[in-house]
Write a protein that binds this ligand. Structure first.
Ligand SMILES: CCCCCCCCCCCCCCCC(=O)SCCNC(=O)CCNC(=O)[C@H](O)C(C)(C)COP(=O)(O)OP(=O)(O)OC[C@H]1O[C@@H](n2cnc3c(N)ncnc32)[C@H](O)[C@@H]1OP(=O)(O)O
Length: 201
């Protein structure tokens, strides 16, 4: 494991920019209407880049510090915590923490499609697990998701602002119950309830 703090700040910044550009490339590659020659030329360029970047790969993505979310929480929601800065597979979320709750805003795009024009249910589950799990982390708790129950109430649209929320319901011993939901235009589309169990460091 390489922690973000183990690499120089300049490389961290360059890596975050590369990942953001890669996400833009993923969307462009998936939705392009360019002709076949242009697409093939792009493929060759990308293959070349993959070779350049893959010369000495790490076995894991850069890992942000565990206390990042709690430091963000300490700012009272002024400084959000950015998720998946170094991983283009993750859906980038900027989470604002309160004491026992969190919120984020996101516009899902064509890469996240499940039912036509709607967010894939697995991505909604991923987003809500992030909202709940990162809130646990922001409260300093080293906990893993033991269960995550979802209710898909209506379709969650692409290309529109989505509001994501999570909050702590109760804690008993090593277990914490948290819930979260996604809203579009003020209407809930998905609800989640998760049990988190604290583990040893
Ligand atoms: C060593 C690693 C270090 C890691 C440092 C963590 C750092 C954090 C970084 C954040 C990272 C982001 C995280 C994002 C969220 C994920 O993506 S987490 C990934 C998905 N989740 C997992 O992989 C978890 C896999 N499962 C497990 O590891 C274990 O089953 C668990 C959940 C830790 C529980 O195992 P255990 O410690 O042996 O717990 P156990 O003694 O059986 O039960 C403890 C209590 O929990 C209850 N419980 C257990 N499972 C359940 C359940 N499914 N439903 C309800 N209650 C349950 C038990 O009934 C028991 O209750 P009490 O009897 O105390 O009242």
């Amino acid at each position: 494991m390489t922690r973000t703090m183990d690499v120089p700040a300049d490389l961290r910044e360059a890596s975050a920019e590369l990942v953001a550009a890669t996400r833009a490339l993923m969307l462009a590659a998936a939705t392009t209407t360019a002709d076949a020659d242009t697409v093939r030329a792009a493929r060759a360029t990308i293959a070349e880049l993959a070779e350049t970047l893959g010369v000495r790969p790490r076995s894991r993505v850069l890992r942000p510090p565990f206390d990042g979310p709690s430091r963000s929480r300490d700012t009272g929601g002024r400084e959000p915590w950015a998720l998946f800065t170094h991983n283009p597979m993750g859906i980038p979320l900027e989470i604002h923490f309160g004491a026992d709750e969190a919120r984020a805003r996101l516009v899902a795009n064509a890469l996240h499609e499940g039912p036509p024009d709607s967010v894939h249910g697995g991505f909604s589950a991923h987003l809500l697990d992030c909202m709940l799990g990162t809130l646990m982390q922001a409260r300093g708790s080293r906990s893993l998701t033991a269960s995550l129950d979802l209710r898909y109430l209506r379709r969650t649209p692409l290309d529109e602002p989505l509001d994501l929320y999570s909050r702590i319901v109760e804690t008993e011993g090593r277990k914490t119950v948290a819930e979260g939901w996604i809203e579009c235009r003020g209407e809930r589309t998905v609800e989640a309830r998760g049990v988190f169990v604290r583990v040893e460091e």
